[in-house]
Unconditional design. Sequence first.
Length: 192
Amino acid sequence: MNTDEVLGVFREAGAVLEGHFILTSGLRSPVFLQKARVFMHADKTERLCKALAEKIRAAVSGRIDYVVGPAIGGLIPAYETSRHLGVPAIWVEREGGEFRLRRFEIARGSRVVIVEDIVTTGLSIRETIDCLRALGAEVVAAACIIDRSAGKTDVGVPLIALAEYEVPAYPADRLPPELAAIPPVKPGSRNI
Ligand SMILES: O=P(O)(O)OC[C@H]1O[C@H](OP(=O)(O)OP(=O)(O)O)[C@H](O)[C@@H]1O
Ligand SMILES: O=C(O)c1cc(=O)[nH]c(=O)[nH]1
Ligand SMILES: [Mg+2]
């Protein structure tokens, strides 16, 4: 799938929101990709994640033991992508604000691929990598449906994006006036 097709799926699902959004990194943006409105549709999710699984297979040589999804946004795409890769899906979730693998045990040396929904700064992927490496896992790659940094983010492992879509994001103290005029909302689950 190319970027236009991926964005077409998001638009069709009403998942491209406009307003004033507080992102998980604290940055502010006039656009928010509400992936949940895509993932509520199994057919759309299957199409995206099958294509992402094919990109992962082409990019990663050697075995993949687990796909790991960072909750909440990564849960559904990680599960669906793992189905196409034929490997189990597990997830990290926040405990006291930090990602933990609370429900699973993995052997040291496990080769894992992280599957995220959206990447903006890569912060959430880097936190997931820290958690997995502390458990002795080898993070062979990270993947996402849409990379809002359009390839500029460095997460320290290869990042495989189904689509790259550059969207403006601003520090809170450097908002353009048209954005400052709109009351902000924070759709994500960090800190709630
Ligand atoms: O690359 P980053 O700057 O980290 O931004 C992307 C992250 O933001 C969202 O998660 P969020 O913490 O908002 O919560 P969610 O997973 O519940 O949507 C999204 O699911 C990614 O995990
Ligand atoms: O950076 C984020 O927090 C973010 C951006 C976006 O478009 N969608 C999302 O779920 N999170
Ligand atoms: Mg998330």
